[in-house]
Design a protein around this ligand. Structure first.
Ligand code: UDP
Ligand code: MN
Length: 500
């Protein structure tokens, strides 16, 4: 039989789509096909909650009982970080324990202590070989525990994260998330990172994913977690504890991994009722992490939060016991960590000025990244949130609109297109490759002059109230940036330069 061109083409397309379907099936079944040893370590599950609906907590408990091998599930420990659910919950616990003797325990905080302390309380009360510390608004999926227990049987030094799926809070629909590694930006907000190249070379969808950090929900060898210091009890309310654990695990001889076959569906709250402004706790906790674990890289955290390095005006509490712990465990430095574990996080060693930027002609408006999507920076009433954060590098780049400092994260650089009267923002790596004019001469209180075009970044008043940010022939306008690093741009620095 001879096939025409067209028939060949169809046949090829059919084969290709069959291959795709096959690949998906392999992916779907590879976790299901996996077998695990019988004699796995035992498991304590900790569920922490604060002002959570009873039905949500029962949903979590039921899924854990139904989907964890009974001979491995030693206990479920509920940690109540101060709720109003006293009686109904007690009744349910009694009912569960009537069927499963001594399975459920509850610890009640007499006042709210925050999520880190809630997780620590759960760990302290646990007694099995392995502890999984989860939010109470979750539902575990089939065979969620076996991958964790068998991985920890192989290697007790791994801190494990399952893969989260999302239960939509408004209609409870389950959205499956793809597998990713857990990372963070320089503000220490957690985020997903692409899977590492080395993982793909294994050609095994079930293989553990080496991860720079952890999102929050964890499973670990109970004793090992204790040996490396559980969690930092000096954290307040929310945030920071996850990155602290990630750094500590890696720097002090452990590892962090995401396990593709362990899936937990997580119901993200529509609103977090913990503090009117949660970022206050997150920022403070981030500074603790920076102080203890990040050595000379810690300034990046101050830059990302737009805080002055000296006297930031934030009391992050006593970190001496955490520093002692770091010494006692003989932990490696952040330099080792960033080079070996998180090369995707980019250190920017040349930042010399940062924060909002104002023209001396009118000081209640600031440079702002302008509408998004869009790439035209503007002048806008100062609010000092991240769209108005500028980072000036001694090498001449000027980042506008926050600092991510991650590979492919898209930090944007100010550039002069060389024609027209508007400056533009371009992704810094692209601007670099395209050879755009993205280098600027600037000193505190002086002009901002493009090195390529020699034009100045200035403001022009279309009318007395409306100022535009423009590129034009320099008229001698002067700019100030909110914070400077050490003495950069200050008179002393200029004098020293003049003497040399
Ligand atoms: N949590 C707590 N005390 C607090 C704040 C939070 O016990 O003061 C618990 C909360 O009930 C949840 C976990 O910490 O189980 C994580 O908080 P959340 O789910 O709001 O954060 P996300 O999962 O979105 O990171
Ligand atoms: Mn949660």
């Amino acid at each position: 039989m001879r096939l025409s061109h067209r028939e060949l083409h169809y046949l090829l397309a059919l084969c290709l789509s069959l291959e795709t379907v096959l690949k998906l099936l392999v992916f779907y079944y590879s976790c299901k096909m996996k077998t695990y040893p019988e004699d796995l370590p035992t498991l304590s599950v900790v569920l922490i909650f604060m002002n959570e609906a009873l039905s949500i907590i029962l949903r979590a408990i039921t899924s854990i009982i139904n989907r964890t091998p009974a001979h491995l599930l030693k206990e479920i420990i509920l940690v109540d970080d101060y709720n109003d659910l006293k009686e109904p919950l007690e009744t349910h616990i009694k009912n569960y324990n009537a069927k499963h003797p001594e399975l459920l325990k509850i610890i009640r905080h007499q006042k709210r202590q925050g999520l880190t302390q809630a997780r620590i309380s759960g760990w302290e009360a646990s007694a099995a070989d392995v502890v999984a510390i989860l939010d109470a608004h979750i539902e575990v999926n089939m065979a969620w525990a076996e991958p964790i227990l068998s991985r920890l049987k192989e290697d007790r030094t791994v801190i494990i994260s399952p893969v989260f799926d999302n239960i939509r809070f408004d209609d409870f629909e389950l959205l499956q998330y793809s597998v990713a590694a857990d990372g963070f930006d320089w503000a220490l907000w957690c985020l997903y990172e692409p899977l590492p190249a080395e993982w793909y070379t294994l050609k095994d969808e079930t293989a553990p994913v080496r991860s720079p950090s952890i999102m929050g929900i964890i499973a670990a060898d109970r004793k090992f977690l204790g040996e490396i210091g559980v969690l930092d009890s000096g954290m307040h309310i929310y945030g920071g504890e996850n990155v602290e654990l990630g750094l500590r695990a890696w720097q002090c001889g452990g590892k962090v991994e995401v396990l593709p076959c362990s899936r937990i569906a997580h119901l993200e709250r529509a609103h977090k009722p913990y503090l009117p402004d949660l970022s206050i706790a997150v920022k403070r906790n981030a500074l603790r992490v920076a102080e203890v674990w990040m050595d000379e890289y810690k300034y990046m955290v101050y830059f990302a939060w737009n805080l002055p390095i000296e006297n930031p005006g934030i009391d992050f509490g006593d970190v001496s016991s955490r520093k002692d712990l770091r010494k006692k465990l003989n932990c490696k430095g952040f330099d080792w960590y960033i080079k070996n574990i998180y090369p995707n996080l980019i250190f920017l060693p040349n930042i010399v000025g940062y924060g909002t930027m104002k023209n001396t002609l009118k000081e209640d408006i600031c440079i702002d990244q302008g509408p998004v999507p869009g790439n035209t920076p503007i002048m806008y009433p100062c609010h000092a949130y991240s769209p108005q954060h500028i980072f000036y590098h001694s090498t001449g780049e000027m980042y506008v609109g926050g600092l991510h400092g991650r590979q492919n994260a898209g930090d944007r650089c100010l550039a002069d297109p060389g024609n027209g009267d508007l400056p533009v923002l371009e992704k810094c790596d692209i601007a670099m490759n395209k050879g755009l004019n993205l280098h600027w001469d600037f000193k505190q209180g002086s002009a901002v002059i493009n090195r390529g075009t020699k034009r100045c970044l200035e403001v022009t008043a279309d009318n007395p109230v409306s100022y535009r940010l423009v590129m034009q022939t320099c008229t001698g306008q002067r700019w100030n940036i909110q914070h400077t690093v050490k003495d950069w741009g200050k008179a002393k620095d200029l004098e020293q330069k003049a003497q040399h």
